[in-house]
Design a protein around this ligand. Structure first.
Ligand code: SF4
Length: 459
């Protein structure tokens, strides 16, 4: 947020709205026009900030971040926004996405003696920016951005300006809103809604938006010569909040359409449609509407537990699911169920949920998944990079069905999924489903690529 006396407090509210995007750490960096200050820590937004802390951050410009790690460990040093001082002054940076050439860039800098403070990919952007030769370029930021490959929706806070950037393929969403005279930039419109800001437009792929006291300025960089796009379709399937509009479309409506398409592609004889909370609710509604089978409720959700998929390891994910979901035994006992899931990644938590329904007395379980099988790693900001963890890899649908211990299993087709989203199919990244990567990934990548390199270096 730029240009509001309560920018820190409103950014704090925005982070609440975006908590589903990351729960490992949270942070806010603010500017009084001359100096930046920052507070960040591990845990949920509620754990990291209190009233006194927000008072210390009270300034008219602020950026905030909730982290879900896709590069680098879940440690304090990696909590964002990162704040750096270099010859050009101070800069705070918040990054959504994943750079696929961060290891290569970091290696180049380390070979010249640069010392990195974190193990996340974001830090290389600041080293690129601080390099004197880059600072002498006519447009240093454009020069820096042209070195980056992969997914990046960025906020850069300088003492006198806020800069928002979206990579040329537009992997992750980013939008601009207004609140009176102030500007707001956020990953999703739900963060605008919570502060009563009015949606203005998306930051378009390959755009730099600069906000100063004089207003908003826009310039382009790195136009994609192939005209391809990389909007992450998994944002629509799972990641984004249903109330948000991303890529020009409401997330709930897109998911509901996916449920309808799934019902047409994979009908079932059943007594009830049971969506798995929370994400599959929208697709479950669509499936019930299209099939005419009544929509039921098979699970209750504990609101004090969080989102299992974005927990950093399998043990915390299992624990989270146990804490989060309870079966309503009397609602499912003796019933033939169509269970609707948004996606199946590792399969272990889905198997646990199906087992719980079976133990509660469901007579048949027909699992319908409102997206295609995930068979390929994501290198652009979603944490399922290790292919060995994907249940659908090297398994037929029948093998997955047997593993999940359900009576039947169908996935929505790729074409079916893409028929439910608004932009032309070639504007989306579907790599985890299709294996077609919109950006070449030239070296093996995983979440800890930067850390293992450091261990080798110092041995
Ligand atoms: S690989 Fe899948 S999760 Fe990753 S950006 Fe592409 S569509 Fe999204």
């Amino acid at each position: 947020m730029f240009g509001h006396p309560d920018a820190a407090a409103l950014t704090h509210l925005g982070l609440f709205a975006l908590q589903h995007r990351g729960r490992e750490s949270a942070g806010i960096c603010t500017s009084d026009g001359t100096r930046l200050v920052r507070h960040a820590g591990m845990g949920l937004v509620n754990d990291v900030f209190d009233g006194a802390c927000l008072e210390r951050l009270r300034n008219p410009a602020a950026i905030g971040h909730v982290r879900y790690s896709t590069t680098g460990s879940c440690v304090d040093a990696n909590a964002q926004p990162l704040l750096f001082e270099y010859a050009g002054g101070q800069v705070g940076i918040a990054h959504n996405g994943n750079l696929v050439n961060a290891a290569k860039l970091r290696r180049q800098y380390e070979e010249h003696g640069c010392i990195f403070r974190t193990s996340c990919d974001t830090e290389v952007i600041v080293h690129l920016l601080a390099k004197p030769a880059h600072q002498r370029k006519p447009d240093p930021l454009v020069h820096v951005l042209n070195h980056l490959q992969g997914a990046y929706s960025l906020l850069l806070l300088f003492p006198d300006r806020l800069v928002a950037v979206r990579d040329p393929l537009g992997f992750r969403p980013l939008c601009v809103g207004r609140l009176g005279d102030a500007y707001v930039v956020a990953s999703e419109t739900c963060a605008l809604d919570i502060v009563d800001a009015e949606y203005v437009r998306d930051v378009v792929p390959g755009e730099i938006v600069t906000i100063t006291a004089a207003g908003l300025d826009s310039r382009r960089f790195g136009d994609d010569p192939g005209g391809r796009g990389g909007a992450c379709v998994f944002e629509h399937v799972y990641f984004a909040d249903p109330s948000s509009n991303i890529y020009g479309q409401n997330v709930h409506i897109a998911r509901e359409k996916m449920g309808r398409a799934l019902a047409r592609e994979a009908p079932a004889e059943a007594d009830l449609v049971i969506p798995v909370p929370n994400c599959a609710r929208c697709a479950g509604i669509g499936y019930a509407q299209e099939s005419g089978i009544p929509l039921g409720r098979g699970f209750t959700t504990n609101h004090f537990a969080g989102r299992s998929f974005i927990m950093p390891d399998q043990r915390s994910r299992d624990r989270e699911v146990r804490m989060k979901l309870r079966v309503i035994k009397d609602a499912v006992a003796g019933k033939r169920l169509v269970v609707v899931e948004d996606s199946v990644v590792r399969g272990t938590t889905t198997r646990g949920k199906m087992g719980a329904l079976r133990r509660a007395g469901a007579t048949e379980i027909h699992l319908r998944v409102a997206s295609p099988p995930i068979r390929h790693p994501c290198f652009f900001g979603i944490d399922f990079p290790d292919p060995s963890e994907l249940v659908a890899l090297h398994r037929s649908v029948e093998d997955v069905r047997a593993f999940l211990e359900v009576d039947s299993l169908y996935y929505l087709s790729l074409e079916g999924m893409l028929s439910c989203v608004k932009m032309p199919p070639d504007k989306y990244c579907t790599a985890c489903f299709s294996g077609r990567y919109p950006v070449e990934v030239s070296e093996p990548l995983d979440k800890f690529v930067l850390e293992r390199r450091n261990v080798r270096m110092f041995q």
